[in-house]
Design a protein around this ligand. Structure first.
Ligand code: ADP
Length: 485
């Protein structure tokens, strides 16, 4: 029954371009046959059906044009017109009646053809559009299915309407369409920022509820087979052509391999720097013994060599210390011991140490009145020292470097200004990233690993302060950092 209704309902044939004429021929023929039987054997009057059959045929032609396109309409038209001609012939019309019925048949034929053409053409156009849209959808779906990332689309009621097969691989669980996020189980079981994931942490839930996209939120999850994995999820809204929100899409990437590599790298750096630290300490010790002995030997050549060894050992020591700090920051193992101290004094010491390493620069410090802060003294020293080392390093052709300390409201701001090479606009935010170095022709001129500013930023951040830079290429840079008083 269901398939019979489907067969005769023209709406069910929208989008299908299989246009048959058989059904239209058979049904039209059956109708005219019934009409003929009715007039001749039931009503026993050859003209009993009369004008009714005209409307009946017109209705059939509309129906078949809509069901089977132009062909359907025209085949029903053909049966009707042949039937009219048969009536004229079989009823023996003659004279004026013959002419007028031929004329009527001609007019009706033209009308039927017109109806078949217009409705049939519209129906075929609609079919083409539906097919083109279906093709487009298929194309899109096969692209989505091939992507190496997981894709999940949910409607505005958080009901899943599409997932590709990578989702199952990445999350380790099947999410069928119709799955209601939040009402059924939470989408991912795991942690975000070391806390168990709640429904609102889920990017797609957040995006659908607030309209705001999320980029690259990282989760640690435990898959069904108890395997730990790391995934990154981004989400945004999908809008229709009128700009209304219709769904949310999540793009899920498996970043387990990168994470593991990252962790291995951190472990390696940690281990390597610990290993390097011990020989470095002994090296420094031996150098200082040599230095003492050298006073007795009073050989100038050996004196220079010892000084160079000391200088190089110092550089290596700083590098190892930076490596260790980066690794500790990464693993949250950098510990701060806060104490109250006068920042003026600390800056003075740092400036003096930096000044002793360069005779080409003059570092001027303008102190402020009595500034007592509560912070990790050594780590703040490290920040200022790093800014000063950079100021010296990146201003090879200019002499002046100035350090300022200003109190404004409940913060103090330290600035280190040089008139050196400066930093391009788009590099300014990136220089604070881990291992980031500005790459230009000068890459060989300035040694370094790009760790200093990253460490400085993390130290300042953990003191609830800010660090930033103002700079113009070729004119110099001023680095600022603030600390709450
Ligand atoms: P490193 O100096 O070891 O490369 P940093 O993290 O200290 O690493 O600095 C990152 C980048 O920022 C440097 O490579 C350099 O290009 C830029 N930079 C830092 N300080 C200055 C400065 N005072 N003037 C110009 N560029 C600077």
């Amino acid at each position: 029954m269901n398939s019979f209704v489907k067969f005769i309902n023209p709406i069910e044939h929208l989008g299908s371009r299989k246009y048959s004429i058989l059904f239209s021929l058979i049904l039209s023929f059956a109708v005219v046959l019934l009409s003929e039987i009715y007039s001749l054997y039931v009503a026993r009057d050859p003209n009993a059906v009369g004008a009714y059959i005209v409307f009946f045929n017109a209705a059939l032609i509309v129906y078949f044009s809509f069901r089977d396109g132009i062909r359907g309409g025209l085949s029903a038209t053909a049966v009707s017109v042949i039937y009219y001609l048969y009536i004229i012939y079989s009823r023996n019309y003659s004279g004026a009646q013959l002419i007028s019925s031929l004329e009527t048949t001609l007019v009706l034929a033209l009308l039927y053809i017109f109806i078949s053409m217009v409705i049939g053409w519209l129906k075929q156009k609609i079919d083409q559009l539906i097919e083109a849209e279906a093709d487009e959808k298929n194309r899109l779906q096969s692209i989505l299915a091939q992507l190496p990332v997981g894709i999940l689309i949910a409607d505005m009621n958080l009901e899943v309407v599409y997932t590709n097969k990578q989702i199952e691989k990445i999350l380790g669980l099947k999410i069928p369409t119709g799955y209601k996020i939040g009402i059924d189980k939470p989408l991912v079981n795991g942690t975000w920022n070391d806390k168990p994931v709640t429904l609102n942490d889920s990017p797609i839930v957040h995006t659908i509820k607030t309209g705001k996209p999320i980029t690259g939120r990282e989760f640690a999850i435990t898959r069904k087979d108890n395997k730990r994995a790391f995934i990154q999820i981004s989400s945004s809204l999908i809008t229709n052509i009128r700009g209304g929100n219709i769904a949310g899409v999540s793009i899920i990437t498996d970043i387990t391999k990168n994470k593991e590599l990252d962790m291995r790298k951190d472990d390696f750096i940690n281990m390597a720097s610990h290993e390097l630290k011990t020989p470095m300490t002994s090296l420094k010790l031996y150098v200082s013994i040599l230095k003492k002995m050298q006073k007795d030997i009073s050989n100038i050549k050996i004196g220079t060599i010892v000084k160079n060894i000391e200088h190089q050992a110092g550089r290596l020591e700083r590098l190892v210390a930076d490596l260790l700090d980066v690794s500790r920051l990464q693993t949250g193992k950098l510990i701060f011991t806060k104490q109250k101290f006068d920042l003026n004094k600390l800056i003075r010491e740092t400036v003096d140490t930096a000044q002793s390493t360069t005779s080409n620069h003059e570092i001027v410090f303008r102190k402020s009145k009595n500034v007592i802060v509560e912070a990790d003294r050594f780590r703040i020293y490290q920040v200022i020292s790093n800014l000063l080392t950079n100021a010296v390093k990146y201003s090879p052709k200019s002499k002046s470097i100035s350090v300022d300390l200003k109190k404004s409201g409940d913060e103090i701001v330290v600035s280190v200004k040089d008139r050196g090479v400066g930093i391009a606009r788009d590099e300014k935010s990136r220089i604070f990233e881990k291992l980031y170095q500005v790459k230009a022709n000068k890459e060989k001129t300035f040694p370094g690993f790009g760790m200093g500013l990253f460490i400085a930023k993390e130290i300042v951040k953990r003191h609830k302060g800010k660090i930033w830079v103002e700079s113009e290429p070729g004119r110099g840079s001023t680095f600022y950092f603030s600390l709450p008083v």
